[in-house]
Design a protein around this ligand. Structure first.
Ligand SMILES: [Zn+2]
Ligand SMILES: [Zn+2]
Length: 377
């Protein structure tokens, strides 16, 4: 069958992307799902910083690539061997497929699935194949999803079925922003009720961490960003304090507000300055979690003795250390109960044809999450 997809041929084109147009909306040939694969009609797909990192070259991936990895849609066709999904069921795409058999999967850490990481790096589905072609040439998949498309074929292990009462525009956000941001708080850090929490960087992931900290009963939730409108929104959803990340005394002010630093600080910006800020605002004995993807060449200078003398912990968190089939339905349930207002993350709905300008807004830090609505002409 034919489908539209957002294809990236050239990495590192200059901004604004509205002029350089790194993403081409083109028709491609989509093969039928192979064994253990599913054809999904994509209904909504979010613009994430990890897409931008591929477009600007921070995260090298093979091209041409059909990008997009945060999406929701409906099951249209089942490949051989898929018996636990039905046609029409609502699904969220998960950008890290897990094989279920490798050592990380067997030890409850599917975020570190080894075949999944290899497939994502190579631009294939988990089973090793590519299902999109153009003029006979294979197109690489982005994180097993290629979600800025009307239709996508993905591995069964890249999908989680969800409650169909959730609108697609909200469901999409659960696949990356919510799993990553909530999981960092609930799985990687495992915060206790009453703990003090700070989040540095308020994109979709950082906002999800703020929501998770509030839902988990954190005693103090401090939100830090450079953009005033994001700080206002954080305050409106319940953050106890907000601070401008560009203020020269931000570290002192957070330490003062939290009586010497927070129990848990989360770096959600993918920048060394944000990681350094998160570490410095963590109290003695506290935990610093980093979930932003920094440029591979970036190094972080750390006062080594502080780890020992202050019993500090630094933890990395990939896709929120989540077990998606366990965690996604839990988070969706909290949303449906009104205890996790993920809808507050949605700042703009756009058409697929307007995606390059959308990435300009993302690069400028405007809004929280823009979502491509596939039905929008
Ligand atoms: Zn993402
Ligand atoms: Zn695995």
């Amino acid at each position: 069958m034919k489908t539209r997809a957002a294809l990236l041929y050239d990495v590192g084109l200059p901004q604004p992307y509205e002029n350089s147009r790194p993403l081409h909306i083109e028709e491609v040939e989509l093969a039928a799902p192979g064994a253990n694969e599913v054809l999904v009609r994509i209904r909504a797909a979010g613009l994430c910083h990890s897409d931008l990192s591929v477009i600007n070259g921070d995260r090298p991936r093979p091209t041409p690539m059909a990008i997009g990895h945060e999406a929701a849609g409906t099951v249209e066709a089942l490949g051989e061997g898929v018996t636990d999904l039905r046609i029409g069921e609502h699904v969220v795409l998960v950008f890290m497929p897990s094989c279920g058999h490798c050592l990380p999967c067997a030890t409850g850490r599917p975020a570190l699935c080894e075949p999944g990481a290899l497939a994502n790096g190579a631009g294939t589905l988990l089973g090793g194949g590519r299902r999109m072609t153009q003029g006979g040439n294979s197109i690489n998949h982005h994180l097993g999803c290629s979600a800025f498309s009307d239709y996508a074929v993905v591995s069964r292990r890249s999908l989680v079925a969800i409650d169909d009462r959730v609108e697609f525009e909200h469901a999409a956000l659960f696949g990356c922003a919510v799993l990553t941001g909530m999981g960092a708080v609930l799985n990687t850090a495992g915060i206790e009720a009453g703990a003090s929490v700070a989040v540095v960087g308020l994109g979709g992931v950082g906002f999800s961490s703020v929501l998770a900290a509030l839902a988990a009963g954190a005693g103090q939730v401090i939100a830090i960003d450079r953009v005033p409108s994001k700080l206002s929104l954080a305050k409106a959803i319940g953050a106890s304090h907000v601070f401008d990340a560009s203020a020269p005394d931000v570290i002192e002010r957070v330490r003062e507000a939290s009586s010497g630093g927070v129990d848990y600080a989360f770096e959600m910006a993918g920048a060394i300055a944000a990681l350094d800020c998160a570490y410095r605002i963590t109290r003695r004995g506290g935990v610093t979690v980093t979930a932003g993807l920094a440029n591979p060449a970036a190094l972080w200078p750390l006062q080594a003795v502080s780890l020992v003398a202050e019993e500090r912990t630094v933890k990395g968190s990939y896709i929120g250390s989540c077990v998606p089939t366990r965690d996604l339905p839990r988070y969706v349930s909290l949303f449906l109960q009104g205890r996790l207002p993920v809808d507050k993350l949605l700042s703009e709905r756009i058409a697929l044809t307007a995606i390059n300008a959308g990435f300009d807004r993302l690069a400028r830090g405007e809004g929280i999450r823009q979502v491509v609505m596939m039905d929008t002409p």
